[in-house]
Structures are given as C-alpha cells and as structure tokens.
Design a protein. Structure first.
Length: 650
C-alpha cells in the first residue's frame, strides 16, 4: 500500500512515540553514570571531563532548558533561596563504577449516590482507569476528591470509577514489587538491603520526638537526632581551631555506612574466595586487575571503548595493557574467574566511594542538603505537626515495611531438602503483594483525610500543584503545543521531514512495533482482570507491559565480549547476578529451586515480535530531543513568570 509522503496512521504514530520516549528515557537515566550530569543539568555547561566528552556534550544540549525544575508544592517559601554549594568534591570522591554498558466522562462530578454509570465489575479495569485519568486531567475530579477527603477517609466510596482506579493502581504497584523482589535475579539481594536499613532506623526515638507538642522543639530534636555530630573534630571546626578536620558521622550517615559496609563485606568474601580457589588465575593476573580497578574513571572508560572497538573482553584488554604475556597465558576458566573477581572488586570499590562521599567528606554535603530540604518544607511540617498525630502514621509506615519484608521473603516448602535433595523455596505471588497493599491502603487514605481536613493550607498547596500537573497533559495550553500543533502532531512532522525511502522503511518497523505493543497490552490487560477477579491461574506473574519495554532497552545494552571476543548483550546475562550478592556463584537460584519460566511472558513475546528500532532512534532521536528541549525552555519561562508574579504579590 502506497502511503502519502509524510503521513502516519494513528497506530504508527503511537508506535513511533513509544519508541522515541523509551529510548530518550533510557538515555537520560544512563547519563547519570557520569558525575557531571547533575552539575551540567543545573548550569547548562559541559565540564568536559575526560572520558565522557560525548555525554557531556549531550547533557549540554539537553539541559539548556534545565532551569525548568519540577515545582513541588511548598508553603510560604517565596523568599527561600536554594543553597548553592560547591559539590565538586562530591563529583571527585564519588567516582564510582556505576555502569550500564560493558559491565472518559469529562465533568468529574461523579459521586457515590448511584449516578455513576461506570462499574468496574462490568467493564475492564483498564477502561475504568482511562476514565479516571480523563476526569483528573479534563474534569474537576481533583477538586471533588479533595472535598470528599475533607469529609471522610473512605476514598473509594466516592465512586465506582475511583474504586476501580484504586484497584488498578494497586495491582500494577503490586506487580512492580513482585518483579523487584521475586522475579529479578537480584530481588533477594535488594530485600536484604532494605532489611538491614530497616533494622537500624530508631523508630522508637523518632516516635517520641514526634509526640512533642511544640513544633520548633520537635524539628530541632529530630535534626539533632539524625544530623548532629559529637566528635572532637566537629568541636574544633566549630570553634575555628581547624577547618577541615574529620567530624565523624551523624546517625543518618552511620546507617548508610553500616548498610554499605555489610554489603561490601560480601563482595570482599567473594574476592577472597576466588583468590584461594584451585582454578584461580595467578597472583600477577589478580594484581593487574586490582591496579586497574583502582585507577581513574577516565582510564576505565578508555579501556571499555577499546574493548568494543577491538572485540576483546575487558579482562583481555586490562592484561594486554600490563603485559601481553599475561593475556596469552590465560585459559577460558581463568578468564571467567577474572571476570568474577573484577566485578566483585569494583562493587567493593563503588560502595567504599559512596561511603566516602556521603559520610566522610568535608564539607559535609549530605547533611547540608538534608538541612536545606527541611528548611524549605519547615512551614508545611509545622502545620502538619500541629494538627496531625505524626506518631500514628510513623507506626503505620513501620508496620507496612515489616509486613512487606515478611511477604517478600522466599519460604521453604515443608518437607523439601530431605534425603540429600536440594531444598525447594516458594516465592511470593502477585496476589500476595496485592493483599499486602490492600491491608495497608487504609493508612494512606487516613493520611490523606487528615491532611485535607486538618491542614487546609497544605491541602491547597498540593491541590494547586496537582492542577498544574494536570494542565500540562491537556492539549490546550500545554507547553508542548505550538501554533496549534500538539506534541504528537509535531512528532509526526519530524517523521515527515525524512526522505521518502527512509519513511517507507520505517513504516514497516512501526507496524511491527505496533503489533508487539498490542500483544503485550493484551497480556497485561488479561492479567490485571484475572488478578482483580481473584482467579488462581496467574499467581506467578502480573501485568508487565512497561516492565517489558524497559527490559527491551536493557537487553540491547552492550556488555563485555566473552573469552573468544564474541559480542554480548544484556540478554546473554539475563539470569546472572554480580558475585557477592545472594547466590554468590553468579547463577540465579533464589536460595533454592524456583520455576519462573512463565513469570515474564512479555519478554518471550518481545524476542519474537519486537523489531529492531535502532534505525528509527538514530534518525529521529536527536530531533525529538530538540523538541523536548524546546518544551523545557517554555516550561522554564512560564515558571519564571509565575515566580515573578508570586514575588510581586508577596
């Protein structure tokens, strides 16, 4: 079928927008591997650090509209100035090895009095969710909900649409928790980090402080508990006898340090185990690897670039740099052990660098950042403290975390592991997490009710912020609309600017991507409804449309070639984890035998149906980024105008 030049069907345009947004999201997240990303995003200048010139240039391009900050709700903060501290020390000390590569109804006036025509039991939950979003963005549901919550904490009693939307959100959030803690290879490792952090938080002391009647006393006591440093170094710095003496760590930093120390010790055990192994490489090999890992980030980036260009593994490049004879003498088994050793050693180094940056640096940027945030939100905190029992909600938060940790842990099957057989463990299901969220949703609703009914100024600030967010999603008045053309229409214009032959080639890619998206949507829609209907046929997996899209980007990421120089991607190590984490052998076992072969059917569909979208991203990625940059500049301009009007009124 011959298409008019530049024309795209709605399905093709949606597929194109999906490809570009996911690629751009991944690129922006990947940019945070570099310490200069945050600084360049606020200044719009590239620092030109060695080894990441291309990335810095992209950041400079992306962030010329970087002054457009997300305007979070604040109260009485017209004269608050953001503290501008020099964080260059943080950039230098935090030179870790965080790598991604090589390593509806529009009126909104529904209520619960029987005039809501929507019914989640007779319609799909996804349709109910779409109607809910329509009413939020285009109707006045935000105002109606805040009025309802002012009167009652029964949020879902407002209408069947709101109740269905809450169920939809809970199922998807439960699916995300299930994916993080049960499906992913490193789920039990993440769970252990959360457990260790949870044990160190002094809930009892915080609870007693929150019960203090005077807001100023409460805030001062809380700051002292979390941020105060009692050491000779802090005293000498305070008196002026010294300027940069080590002040020790406060409670917050001690918690961070302790958790990362426990984490780091596991990686050190793995490295020690490899050194003592019978099949371990020679001490010379390991010494060269350690020396390289202790080098600068620029050196590591340069070596990874060479690894890609020469189709040699990172380990081979490291050894050839030091002594070609070491690389020539390496066997395939020793090469595997070197890879494991390198990963464990870098993981240890990363955690040591994080502790050094956050907990031992002078000046203490973390403590100052926490103080700045508390200062900005102090009026809100005072208002909430004076009118709401915060200790009650702290208890609810603690109860949720403990319940979540219990649900997320794998459980041994009774009778397994006998007669020399391996023990069998059962992982939590999606329904387990759905039940968890249903058990604790009342605490969230109660918090919302207390804020709406007892803290009107805070409520109004949040509602104003929410209305501003909703406005940005409307075609009319949206920062992305220019000369009457919406964002999607402008994306279509980018496609129309391509040569005709390229358009024809891309249309087949877009058609195939649309088929892939439809297949994943159908599976996701069915799983949401199955869980909602309390069926027992889908307990090991939940809706995963967006997780599948995210995994597709990760699976395409390049990693170090193997011993023979064969190129590898993320899909080649999808079931492996870094040595030193649970299942220290590097294989996915979850402490036992668990069958998760159908846990992510969307990934299997992706392998069969998802086309190669790289040509589309290469051709339209940069123009799309320019479009987003223009939108950011408009948002920044509008934000500055709003600040000017507020300052004048104040």
């Amino acid at each position: 079928m011959k298409h008019p030049t530049g024309s795209l069907t709605k399905v093709q345009l949606d597929a194109l927008f999906n490809i570009l947004t996911h690629a751009e999201t991944y690129a922006e997240i990947e940019a945070f591997k570099y310490p200069d990303t945050i600084r360049s995003s606020s200044s719009g200048k590239s620092s030109g650090g060695a080894g990441n010139e291309d990335v810095n240039q992209d950041n400079d391009q992306d962030n010329k509209g970087g002054d457009a900050a997300v305007t979070l709700p604040t109260k009485d903060a017209h004269d608050e100035e953001g503290a501008s501290h020099d964080n260059s020390n943080g950039n230098n000390n935090g030179n870790g090895n965080n790598n991604g590569n090589n390593n509806g109804n529009n009126n909104g006036n529904n209520n619960s009095n029987g005039n809501d025509i929507s019914n989640a039991e007779h319609r799909g939950l996804e349709d109910v969710w779409e109607e809910f979003i329509q009413q939020l963005v285009h109707g006045n549901l935000i105002d109606e909900l805040q009025k309802w919550l002012t009167e009652t904490e029964d949020l879902e009693g407002y209408s069947e649409t709101v109740k269905g939307a809450a169920d939809y959100a809970i199922i998807n959030l439960a699916s995300l928790l299930h994916h993080v803690f049960a499906v992913t290879p490193e789920g039990q490792y993440v769970l252990r980090l959360v457990q260790n952090s949870h044990r160190l938080i002094p809930y009892s002391m915080i609870r007693q402080i929150l019960r203090l009647g005077n807001a100023a006393t409460m805030l001062n006591s809380l700051v002292k508990l979390l941020l105060a440093k009692l050491s000779l170094g802090s005293l000498s710095n305070w008196t002026g006898l010294t300027s940069k003496a080590d002040e020790g760590m406060n409670l917050l930093q001690r918690i961070i340090s302790a958790v990362l120390f426990w984490d780091s010790s596991e990686f050190k055990k793995t490295a020690d185990k490899i050194e003592k192994s019978k099949i371990a490489p020679s001490s010379k090999h390991l010494r060269v690897i350690r020396k390289h890992a202790q080098g600068t980030k620029a050196q590591r980036l340069e070596l990874r670039k060479r690894s890609i260009q020469t189709s040699k593994s990172v380990i081979m490049c490291i050894l050839e740099d030091a002594d070609p004879k070491l690389a020539a003498a390496l066997t395939e088994g020793e090469h595997h052990e070197c890879h494991q050793y390198y990963a464990a050693y870098l993981s240890t180094r990363d955690r040591d660098a994080i502790v050094s940056t956050l907990c031992k640096q002078t000046p203490d940027l973390l403590t100052q950042a926490v103080r700045d945030v508390m200062a900005v939100y102090e009026p809100m905190i005072r208002d909430v403290h004076n009118n709401v029992n915060l200790a009650e909600h702290l208890d609810a938060t603690k109860a949720f975390l403990e319940d979540m940790l219990a649900v997320s842990s794998s459980k041994k099957v009774d009778g397994s592991g006998k007669n020399g057989s391996d023990p069998v463990y059962i992982l939590p299901t999606v329904e387990d997490f759905v039940d968890l969220l249903h058990r604790h949703k009342g605490s969230v609703y109660k918090w919302m009710h207390h804020i709406c009914s007892k803290c009107p100024s805070v409520r109004d600030a949040v509602v104003e912020w929410a209305l501003g967010v909703a406005k940005a999603f409307r075609p009319e008045g949206s920062p992305a609309t220019r000369d009457g053309s919406t964002l999607l229409e402008r994306v279509s214009g980018l496609f129309a600017a391509l040569p005709g032959e390229q358009q024809d080639a891309f249309r087949s890619i877009l058609d195939q991507h649309a088929v892939y998206l439809d297949s994943v949507r159908d599976i996701t829609r069915g799983r949401v409804q199955t869980i909602f209907d309390k069926s027992d046929s889908s307990t090991a997996r939940g809706p995963g449309m967006y997780l599948a899209s995210w995994h597709s980007l990760i699976d395409e990421a390049a990693i170090s070639p193997d011993f023979w120089g064969k190129e590898r991607r993320g899909t080649d190590v999808i079931n492996r984890i870094t040595p030193g984490k649970p299942s220290s052998s590097g294989e996915t076992t979850w402490d036992g035998n668990v069958d998760l072969s159908r846990a992510m059917e969307e990934l299997e569909i992706g392998e069969k149906l998802r086309p190669n979208t790289k040509p589309v991203v290469e051709a339209l990625g940069e123009p799309f980024r320019g479009l987003l940059r223009e939108v950011a500049e408009r948002v920044a301009g509008e934000a500055q105008m709003d600040k000017g009007r507020e300052a004048t009124a104040f």
